[in-house]
Design a protein around this ligand. Structure first.
Ligand code: ADP
Length: 449
């Protein structure tokens, strides 16, 4: 920009001066040519006589030559060239019948030269050459050049200062963002980048902050999960420890009591096995290691679960019925469908009182396969409904424990369903009891993920 500012106006002004010089110098030459017109041939005397009446002008030098180029008249008094041959390019051009003009600018002056032929009855009888040496306009141009240079200097300083201020503000912001990134990397998940504004860096900082929010949530969920899991594992271990200590420390212990204690130890060990199995299943779901999906008909899986659960239900005095439609096909792994149905039916039986009824229905409607597991047990308190899918969350801990629950069954159902683009919902039935609704996207035979 500065380069353009320093060249373009100068080029334009120089061109303008050249053009004005051309007009003025050519018209001066025309006046002289006019004053010589009418002469049939040029001699030193008649030219001098004719030139005597031509007004003094600003020209630095005027030469008049005859048709051979010999100088007949020269305004320069000392060192004049009368009698010599003037072989300037302009004079040669004029003697060939053309008007000529050249102008150069340099060393503080404009030097302009113009020439024209002198004609008598269409014969070239000589040439007029004028030379002008102008320092005034050159000084004006030099002044303009100086002003432009000063102006450029001021602009350069302002731009430099402004860009330094801006870049400092920018690097400060980036620095703050970097500090925040390092703090969070070091584990300070509550640290946030405090960068205001609407520019890109502020936007990156906002994105970083929301990323850190999620990281903090995930991290606290992970910590809660680890502490819950270790607590859950600690309880049966403590019971086992207590029972073994009692057996070891009691002298002459009754064999019947020993048997009872050992059976309790066995139950706690079984509980530990169930929890670790469920934890392992959840970890596999978290890491995305799910079985290869295929088109599975849900009905045979449901029938298998019902057969499996029938004995337990009969023992408890719970009646189980199901009502299923044909052709309910979904894209999933057979094992995980089994797990989902088993967990829900197991819960329904577990939380039903003796004489209760569990009803399962399987239907497909508008691109979905819908499974409903309903019971007429105590149901779930409304305030607990949103939390029952959380890991280790149980409405009644003692009851769940007594029934052999781990508090992980519904989390497994929810995670499994989400992996296949499905959903699970819990609600209470108007007449009492809970109903769980599972929805898979409907898959046609032959479809693959
Ligand atoms: P649990 O192993 O304790 O059954 P789940 O994750 O399967 O763990 O269920 C979480 C909690 O949801 C249970 O402890 C129970 O309080 C409640 N729940 C689940 N299913 C039912 C049901 N059919 N009726 C009443 N409460 C239920």
């Amino acid at each position: 920009m500065l380069l353009l500012l320093n060249t373009y106006p100068l080029m334009v002004s120089e061109d303008l001066v050249f053009r004005s010089k051309e007009t003025t110098l050519q018209s001066s030459v025309s006046v002289i040519v006019y004053s010589l017109s009418g002469l049939d041939q040029l001699t030193e005397e008649n030219v001098a006589a004719a030139m005597a009446v031509v007004e003094e002008s600003s020209l630095s030098r005027v030469l008049v030559t005859n048709s051979t180029g010999r100088i007949l008249y020269d305004t320069r008094e000392t060192g004049g060239a009368i009698g010599e041959y003037g072989l300037y390019t302009e004079i040669v051009q004029a003697l060939l019948g053309n008007d000529a003009f050249t102008c150069t600018y340099g060393r503080g002056a404009f030097r302009s030269r113009a020439s024209s032929p002198v004609l008598y009855r269409n014969q070239i009888i000589g040439a007029v050459y004028a030379y002008e040496y102008d320092t005034e306009q050159a000084a004006l141009l030099a002044g303009l050049q100086g002003n432009l240079l000063r102006l450029s200097g001021v602009i350069a300083v302002v731009v430099l200062a402004l860009s330094m201020v801006l870049s400092r503000a920018l690097t400060q912001k980036i620095g703050r963002l970097l500090t925040a990134i390092r703090q969070v990397r070091a584990g300070a998940y509550s640290h946030r980048a405090d960068i205001r504004g609407k520019d890109e860096i502020a936007q990156i900082a906002q994105e970083f902050n929301s990323l850190t929010d999620r990281l903090q949530t995930t991290e606290s969920a992970r910590r809660r999960f680890v502490s819950d899991a270790s607590h859950e594992l600690k309880t049966p271990l403590a019971a086992i420890r207590l029972l073994t200590d009692s057996i070891l420390q009691t002298e002459n212990i009754d064999p019947a009591i020993t048997r009872e204690f050992v059976s309790d130890i066995g139950q706690e060990a079984e509980r530990l096995a169930r929890i670790t199995e469920d934890l392992l299943r959840l970890t596999r779901l978290d890491s995305g290691a799910v079985g290869k999906p295929e088109v599975v008909d849900v009905l045979p899986v449901l029938e298998q679960v019902m057969r499996m659960m029938n004995l337990v239900a009969q023992e408890k005095g719970v009646e189980m019925t199901y009502d299923a439609a044909e052709g309910c096909t979904v894209l999933a792994a057979k094992d995980e469908i089994h797990q989902v149905i088993y967990n829900l039916v197991d819960n329904a039986v577990k939380y039903s009182a003796a004489g209760g009824a569990v009803q399962v229905s399987l239907r497909w409607r508008s691109e979905q396969v819908v499974l409903e597991v309903a019971d007429n047990g105590a149901g779930i308190p409304e305030e607990d409904l949103p939390r029952i899918f959380q890991r280790f969350y149980r409405v009644d801990k003692a009851r769940s424990r007594a029934a052999g629950g781990t508090g992980l069954g519904l989390s497994i159902v929810q995670d499994t369903m989400e992996k296949r683009g499905g959903t699970v919902e819990a609600a209470n039935r108007p007449g009492g009891g809970a109903v769980f609704t599972v929805r898979w996207p409907y898959a046609k035979e032959g479809e693959r993920l």
